[in-house]
Write a protein that binds this ligand. Sequence first.
Ligand code: GDP
Ligand code: MG
Length: 421
Amino acid sequence: MATGSARYVRYILVAFFILAVFYYVSNSADVSNLGTPIVNQGRASSGTTQHTSAGHTPKDSPNAAKVKTDYDASQFPMALTPNDPGWDDLSGIKPGPRMNATFVTLARNSDVWEIAKSIRQVEDRFNRRYNYDWVFLNDKPFDDTFKNVTSSLVSGKTHYGLIPEEHWSFPEWIDQDKAAKVRQDMKEAKIIYGDSISYRHMCRFESGFFFRQPLMMNYEYYWRVEPSVELYCDIHYDPFRFMHENKKKYSFTLSLYEYHETIPTLWDSVKKFMKNHPEHIAAGNSMAFLSDDGGETYNKCHFWSNFEIGSLNWLRSKAYIDYFESLDRDGGFFYERWGDAPVHSIAAALMLHKEEIHFFNDIAYYHVPFTHCPTGQALRSALKCHCNPADNFDWKGYSCTSRFFEVNHMEKPEGWEQEKN
Ligand SMILES: Nc1nc2c(ncn2[C@@H]2O[C@H](COP(=O)(O)OP(=O)(O)O)[C@@H](O)[C@H]2O)c(=O)[nH]1
Ligand SMILES: [Mg+2]
């Protein structure tokens, strides 16, 4: 009897040992896997590890994400206008190809309820039928509430990335005393976010690093979404596919003039870059959108970057990286308060062909305090919009969208004059 019990105890110990080894091996596999994205399949994500390694651009292949070519577009026609077949079909999951594309949001844990509202609108108006992924980035680890709420709302996979410190800190060449003095002066001058350090890190990160985070490396296109934004109309086709098939690299819904006080020397820095890198300046660019005197001075027009659908491969190109590094060396993210909107816009306008920039008239959008509500009653009805056309900013004096139309010889939509004032 005693021998029998001893044998059972031995069996139990051996089983326990095997379980312990199994547990250890599976956990070490997790650790060695930190280089791959952590994925939540649209479910709550308790216990999710966050991705932490620094962003990089592979040396041999700067445009790491694969370009989608393995489909026959004619098999899956996109209904771009109410007259196209299939326009009314907004039910179920849309058949057809998907691009290598993701939504991307930079956010703090405290933004959770405001980003929840944005996600809900993006899903209801578009992504519930397409199920694209969503990447969330933060300079601090995301907490469980943030991950649970967002992953329950997104119909695609969600990924959560921790930004490495070198992408969210002062570069060593910045003179701290000079930067502190600027913040004090801007505070006294009551310039919005003028005394904020984190806002500056945010603008520099969005200008030069979000597209190089490991979680972003496999994607070819991104759609940026901020907390508290609104989408006012149904989206009947896949904007990522539209970008791809029409060879667009950058797009916008709102444009306006930048506050001069935040970028007094940005254009000097851009001119220096143009002089040092004429090879990166595109023939047939949109300089006329940026400057009224052939490039001597900047008119402050920019696309509003809180909404963007764009090409990550372009942002990861040598041209864009050279541009960002040249600007970054000049220090204006900290000695002034350069925003990522003028930084992206100037790059797009100078380094892309003008046909590569797209205005998404049919994506109705709000970010405080401006609204893009498509011009034309018939279009708004077909898109089931809930925006007030009187709020449309496109044709008002402080918008640069009229200028964009003129530079591109585009005809303004019927009814634009009534929305001017
Ligand atoms: N993780 C993180 N995100 C930030 C921080 N500051 C701003 N953001 C995000 O950066 C984006 C722009 O910030 P926001 O406050 O909306 O600036 P505004 O649109 O220029 O007024 C939003 O998606 C914010 O959630 C920060 O300190 N940390
Ligand atoms: Mg915002």
